[in-house]
Design a protein around this ligand. Structure first.
Ligand code: FAD
Length: 437
């Protein structure tokens, strides 16, 4: 049986082995199965570069208490990583992790590495693929389906060329498909007006809501606490936040606080984020596929995307997903009703009539209404609150944050604890940037 050395080296262990605290000052050896059982760590955790988590997770004495406010993709993964690092962690969510008001509470989200020239996100997505695979094995839930993603455009654009170049550089499969070949390969699609299709065959769809529920369940299983409450910053002393106030009148104290409140961030910190994060609404429509027709169902058609619309094939028999890229300019995630507008249904149907004519008269069989939390440059915002040394803000997912959950959660956890992180990524997601690429 393979064995790992258990030792008390500085973190991360310079020897590159998994560390456990010494029991009697002597180095001991534990077999891998015992080690995973003891730490509660995922299969393949060390392969993901989570070695620093391994040692801390097994600490007998809990480390400083941390509170994470917000149980979406950013907050739930952060809470899980902090817990695995051995901290006492409370995850506070107003409606519960994975709730249907949250941006992460929708049914499906895409994971792909194509990001134009934004290579840091491509690299993060690549790591996220491995993490999602390991985590779905650990959680025992099927969360990821390899669908492929087809980007359609009238002609090559700088963005498509940059995606092709970056994916090539990172060794991610990508294929350019001409108009004629699109017609042959996807006879269920009318490629009129499309000159080029860029296919990322490894791209996949994640079962988003189920994933967040699974992360929250793992967090609780590993000793984390989930509290349902709306929280706001409470008392402070100098540059230190002492506690949170909850709408129920309780106070929650901690040493470190992470606010990962997605589209609620601008109202929680209006002076700081009111002008930096916009919250528009988006209608998501699922059109029925014709009876007995599997041409529009997973795995027979990939995720598709072009300027006007994007969507996924029929997955989990929910219907063919169409999202228009327009919607309410401003959306209240607490109080607005989640009812799609006739205008967006008409837009989606007009798109189907052109691109997928066999679906144009099919009924809408399910809908969702989500909101985005967009920054001007679509970079995330992950940074210290300028007034508090122990408060980290994490959000600004800008329509692409979900996939990064398992990687960004580890990153946010390290930032909250003041551990070293990638300096280029830190710069890219800083609060005070004017613009960055
Ligand atoms: C239509 C649409 C399609 C998208 N497609 C993709 C995609 O294909 N791939 C992708 O990677 N990303 C996609 N995204 C983006 C992605 O969904 C978001 O970036 C991500 O889900 C944001 O997660 P979050 O944790 O920041 O916010 P949320 O998921 O909104 O979580 C915030 C949480 O904070 C809680 N909360 C808020 N305020 C408080 C408070 N005061 N006290 C306690 N709790 C509080 C809320 O209840 C909520 O649970 C899409 C977004 C939209 C809208």
């Amino acid at each position: 049986m393979p064995q790992v050395a258990a030792c008390a080296h500085a973190r991360p262990c310079k020897l590159g082995v998994a560390c456990l605290p010494p029991t009697s000052g002597k180095q001991v050896l534990v077999d891998r199965r015992t080690f995973i059982k003891a730490t509660g760590l995922p299969v393949g955790a060390s392969a993901l570069g989570l070695g620093t988590s391994i040692g801390a997770a097994a600490q007998a004495t809990p480390r400083a208490p941390v509170v994470v406010v917000g149980g979406g993709a950013f907050g739930a993964w952060t809470a899980l990583h902090l817990r695995e690092m051995g901290h006492r962690v409370t995850l506070v969510d107003a409606y519960g992790p994975g709730n249907s008001r949250a941006t992460s509470g929708d049914e499906t989200r895409q994971i792909r590495c194509g990001y134009g020239d934004r290579e840091l996100y491509s690299r993060s997505a690549l790591r996220a693929f491995a993490a999602w695979r390991a985590r779905q094995e650990e959680f025992g839930v099927s969360l990821m389906m390899q669908t492929g993603r087809l980007q359609l455009a009238p002609d090559w654009t700088p963005g498509l060329r940059a995606t092709q170049a970056t994916l090539g550089k990172l060794g991610v499969a990508v294929e350019a498909i001409t108009h004629d070949d699109l017609r042959k390969r996807y006879p269920q699609m009318n490629p009129e007006g499309v000159g080029i299709g860029l296919l990322e065959p490894g791209a996949s769809v994640l079962r988003a809501k189920q994933a967040i529920l699974a992360v929250a369940a793992a967090f609780k299983r590993k000793g984390g606490t989930v509290t349902i409450a709306r929280a706001t910053p409470g008392r402070s002393q100098g540059r230190k936040l002492l506690d949170l106030d909850t709408a129920g009148g309780d106070r929650i104290a901690a040493e470190q606080f992470v606010f990962a409140c997605g589209p609620w961030l601008p109202r929680l910190f209006p002076a700081l984020l009111g002008s930096k994060i916009q919250v528009p609404g988006r209608d998501v429509l699922y059109f029925g596929t014709p009876a007995g027709d599997t041409r529009f169902s997973f795995p027979n058609f990939p995720n598709y995307s072009e300027d006007r619309c994007y969507g996924f094939a029929n997955i989990d028999e929910r219907g063919f997903k169409v999202c228009t890229t327009t919607g309410a300019a401003s959306f209240d995630p607490d109080t607005d009703e989640r009812i799609v507008t006739p205008h967006e249904v008409r837009r989606a149907r007009a798109y189907l009539a052109l691109r997928f004519p066999a679906l144009k008269d099919q009924p809408v069989i399910e809908t969702r209404v989500c909101q985005l939390e967009n920054t001007a440059d679509e970079h995330f915002i992950i940074d210290r609150h300028p007034d508090y040394d122990n408060v980290l803000i994490a959000g600004g997912g800008s329509g692409h944050g979900f996939k990064h959950g398992p990687v960004i959660g580890e990153y946010i956890a390290k930032r909250a604890l003041g551990e070293p992180t990638d300096a280029a990524f830190d710069q890219m997601v800083r609060l005070s940037r004017t613009s960055a690429r």
